[in-house]
Write a protein of this length. Structure first.
Length: 106
């Protein structure tokens, strides 16, 4: 007996093989996987539930990139799916810089 439901996986928006997606939102088969912003981290991968994937047909991945794609002028880009989460990557920005607000009151 074979299992027709694909395994859960994780979308990796940045790696050596597929380039560097900077900041945006990812959808698979019209399901919102969430926002990605690897430079701010610490979460890098986006959880992709297996039941959201089509085992016998084409899957649709939509990346709404807000800054810059690694594709340049190419019509097709690539993305990687991995079987492990990356949720504790060191960030390039210091935490105080991410959460720092200007003074609101004198």
């Amino acid at each position: 007996m074979t299992d027709d439901v694909p395994s859960d996986t994780f979308l990796l928006p940045t790696s050596a093989s597929n380039g560097y997606w900077q900041k945006g939102v990812a959808y698979v088969n019209k399901y919102n996987l969430g926002r990605y912003w690897p430079v701010a981290g610490p979460q890098v991968t986006l959880y992709t539930p297996g039941p959201w994937l089509n085992p016998s047909g084409t899957n649709s991945l939509t990346m709404i990139e807000l800054q810059s794609t690694p594709c340049g002028n190419e019509q097709m880009c690539s993305i990687e799916l991995v079987d492990y989460p990356i949720i504790d990557k060191p960030t390039l920005l210091d935490a105080p810089l991410l959460y720092k607000r200007g003074r609101q009151y004198n």
